[in-house]
Design a protein around this ligand. Structure first.
Ligand code: AMP
Ligand code: ZN
Length: 495
């Protein structure tokens, strides 16, 4: 298949560019995965849905894609310097790997519920300690790092003096960082410069996750894992690197520095950054209570919303903004998305029922142009809002035929067949939207969502929290879902 031209906004060049993979027809894509120390929130979900859309579009366009998305299970520190996973383990008296497993399972459940395709490879940082030690050594050998008391720091100033590229991705200016360094030097006990960062950290005796290394018993820095795992699975230079735009600095800037420092080459040719999810106009954040969990959305149990929403309605809502714009979650926006999703999926059913009539084809050109336009919009930096607008134009036509305002005889059999095959595949394959009522689907997204909701209901009942249990029952009944409690457990069905 001839692959259609794809344009994407490259954060590295700060321009929209025509995508040229290293090897024709193949794409290597690395996306920073979650740090598995707490439940995934809806902001994370937005970012992973955005990359799922890119993955699906690349596949649809005919590329063979190796999609690598890691699990961060060591080295991502909190502001107080404690490792996120270690802190979770200490607080809950668990093995660190129990914390990792618990939240990795939760993350996978959530990805399935939102109908995100699994990546081709999902490497974990703790499975790549040897390779991380090797990269630290390579950076030391090249003179871009130094050791202090068992920790190893990346020397950003020396790196920039030689390579002139520290700050290119994020727009940070090294000279500003240099002046900061003079101001703050007294506070930087081991580092030469505040923008230097640890690539290996010596562990305190009470630290739970540590490994032997030539420098100390310690653990790798967070930025290092992505440099190592992208190189291992995609090569020293690969096509696309992605993540939320909050990771641009320092995480991605430091990744570039490490890769260039270790092997002399830029890791990715294209950097794609997704924008943040807001709620009611403010950044979604756990610390000031401006947050909502996917579970709360599925049950309606949050002061921010008036009813429960299905995972597919939430996905549809997310797709109505371009990945590079902020996306403001509001109850009104979700209500509108619910209506829109219903219209767009009902049109798929109407379309399925239309019969070829040996039509004359006056409408063919309009329909074929719209079908091509959908692919053009998706190939233009994955423009989901404009692609969805094209689908709504088609919905208007389909509904006009249904209501008798347009005659099916104006569409030729060939064009009707194309429409009947392309429309559901755009929705399902490219946008990842399930076509069944409420978001049930052939990959069981609805089944997973219902399992989760019924578990929450069972927990509420076990806690004698009748208010929540009743709310869940009422919300399900309003969504035409019947729940039956029997000897064999709880079952559900669509009315
Ligand atoms: P973390 O688990 O914190 O490392 O985040 C996993 C991914 O979610 C990263 O790519 C983040 O950039 C992204 N992310 C975190 N918060 C938000 C948000 N409010 N909106 C969109 N993406 C986010
Ligand atoms: Zn990363």
């Amino acid at each position: 298949m001839d692959i259609k031209e794809l344009k994407l906004y490259n954060s590295l060049s700060k321009e929209k560019e025509t995508f040229k993979p290293l090897e024709e027809g193949f794409v290597g894509m690395y996306v920073c995965g979650p740090t598995v120390y707490s439940d995934v929130h809806l902001g994370n979900v937005r970012t992973f849905i955005s990359f799922d859309i890119m993955y699906r579009t690349l596949l649809y366009l005919g590329y063979k894609v190796r999609y690598v998305r890691n699990i961060t299970d060591v080295g991502h520190l909190l502001d107080d310097g404690e490792d996120r996973i270690s802190k979770g383990a200490r607080l809950h008296k668990l093995e660190p790997m129990e914390v990792v497993q618990k939240y990795t399972n939760g993350f996978h459940d959530m990805m399935r519920i939102f109908n995100n395709k699994p990546p081709s490879i999902e490497p974990r940082a703790t499975q790549h300690i040897l390779e991380q030690i090797e990269m630290v050594q390579a950076i030391l050998d090249n003179g871009f790092a130094y050791e202090r008391n068992g920790s190893v720091y990346f020397d950003t100033l020396k790196f920039h003096e030689e390579k002139k590229c520290y700050g290119n991705l994020s727009g940070r200016i090294i000279e500003d960082l240099v002046s900061e360094s003079r101001d703050n030097l007294k506070n930087q006990s081991e580092k030469k410069h505040p923008s230097d960062f640890a690539i290996w950290m010596k562990a305190a005796p009470e630290h739970l996750m540590k490994w032997n290394s030539p420098w100390s018993e310690g653990f790798p820095g967070w930025h290092l894992e992505c440099s190592v795992m992208s190189t291992k699975y995609l090569g020293e230079t690969f096509d696309i690197h992605g993540g939320g735009n909050d990771l641009k600095f320092p995480h991605h800037e430091n990744e570039v520095a490490q890769n260039v420092g270790a092997c002399g080459c830029q890791p990715a040719n294209y950097w794609l950054h997704t924008n943040m999810l807001l709620m009611n106009g403010r950044k979604m954040s756990k610390s000031d209570g401006n947050t909502i969990t996917p579970q709360q959305l599925f049950t309606g149990d949050s002061p921010h919303i008036t009813k429960a929403y299905s995972p597919m309605v939430i996905r549809f809502f997310i797709l109505q903004s371009h990945y590079s714009s902020t996306n403001d979650l509001t109850n009104e926006g979700l209500l509108a998305a619910e209506k829109g999703y219903k219209r767009i999926t009902e049109a798929a059913k109407t379309l399925e029922g239309l019969k070829a009539s040996g039509g004359s084809g006056e409408l063919d050109q309009e329909i074929n142009t719209a079908l091509d336009q959908f692919v053009t919009e998706m190939s233009d930096d994955f423009n989901t809002p404009r692609a969805i607008a094209v689908l709504f134009d088609l919905v208007t036509k389909i509904n006009s035929i249904k209501e008798g305002h347009l005659d099916i005889k104006q569409i030729s059999d060939a064009t009707l067949a194309r429409l009947q095959s392309a429309y559901p595949s755009y929705l399902n394959e490219v946008l990842g939207l399930e076509l069944e009522a409420g978001g049930a689907g052939n990959n069981g997204a609805m089944e997973h969502a219902m399992q989760l909701i019924l578990e929450l209901r069972a927990d509420a009942r076990a806690d004698k929290n009748w208010a929540v249990a009743d709310k869940i029952r009422d919300a399900l009944s309003a969504a035409d879902i019947t729940v039956k409690d029997g000897k064999e457990g709880t079952s559900w069905s669509l009315n």
